[in-house]
Design a protein around this ligand. Structure first.
Ligand code: C5P
Length: 272
């Protein structure tokens, strides 16, 4: 069975107080984009994966679903690792969805999203799929109750790995979990399909912390801004940054420009 595992960007990522379990309370709009890994999963007596990075989330996802069964998981990797695009989490989400079918477990997408947090904080949102409002440490997910037009972005990776743990440890959380949040503004902006308003509502509370640790992120953001993106923000805990652009032709033009400046860059669109 073949399945695409799409990367995500965080249009907003608001970070609140640290919880008793050590994770931070979050509020985020998570959007899948058209950069994906391809997974091929076949039945096998034992469990194996060639994802090729530490802490293989495909194996972890399979074990959460059923620790007694086997499968051979082959991952064709395109999403950068340690890049804030949820690459490992997308692979885990795709593994849950594919093995649910292969092993004929009959779980709904919602049921899979509920167990997905045992694999990682970003996995529930990517298992649910589409544009998602993510809260809690990542376990509270709901599909945005609005129609969203196709959005175009340029993803730019400064060829460095960001440590999620270090970025969270170094961040200053917001004091209050109020309703007047950037996330609420973002959902309103998405609903009326206003690119300027979407750009204005983009926020990432982890960005100052990540830039403090990895100044290359700020350089990539400046380059993307100079190239003409409407709004520029870091995704997740970095290191990838994204720029909102008006159309696919502009995305491809800016993506080429960023590539010639020495970055890894992709022209992508939202995947709803
Ligand atoms: O859940 P996941 O394994 O992706 O989290 C990686 C690290 O990111 C955690 O160990 C924690 O330091 C940090 N984190 C956090 N609050 C969250 C999600 C992640 O502090 N809601």
């Amino acid at each position: 069975m073949k399945i695409e595992a799409y990367a995500k960007i965080n249009l907003t990522l608001e970070v609140f107080a640290k919880r008793v379990d050590g994770y931070h309370a979050l509020r985020s709009v998570v959007l899948p984009v058209s950069l994906g890994d391809t997974l091929e999963i076949v039945p096998a007596s034992t469990l194996s994966s060639d994802a090729g990075y530490d802490d293989d989330l495909c194996v972890k996802a399979a074990k959460v679903l059923d620790p007694t069964r086997g499968a051979a998981i082959h991952v064709e990797k395109r999403i950068p690792v340690g890049g804030g695009l949820g690459g490992g989490s997308a692979d885990a989400a795709a593994t849950l969805i594919a093995l649910n079918e292969l092993w004929q477990l009959g779980k709904s997408r919602k049921e899979l999203a509920e167990i997905a947090v045992q694999v990682g904080s970003d996995v529930p949102a990517l298992t649910l799929g589409g544009a998602v409002l993510m809260e809690g440490r990542g376990e509270c997910v709901s599909t945005l109750p609005i129609e969203i037009s196709e959005l175009n972005f340029v993803l730019v990776n400064p060829k460095i790995h960001s440590s999620t743990k270090a970025v969270y440890a170094n961040c200053s959380p917001r004091a209050l979990l109020g309703n007047e949040s950037a996330t609420v503004k973002m959902i309103e902006a998405l609903a009326i399909d206003d690119l300027e308003a979407i750009a204005a509502a983009m926020v990432n509370d982890l960005q100052p912390s990540a830039i403090g640790l990895y100044p290359e992120i700020a350089e990539a953001m400046n380059a993307l801004r100079s190239a003409g993106a409407i709004g520029v923000m870091m995704s997740g805990s970095g290191s990838t940054v994204f720029g909102l652009v008006p159309d696919q032709a502009t995305a491809e033009k800016i993506s080429r420009e960023m590539f010639f400046k020495g970055y890894r860059a992709w022209a992508v669109k939202s995947m709803i």
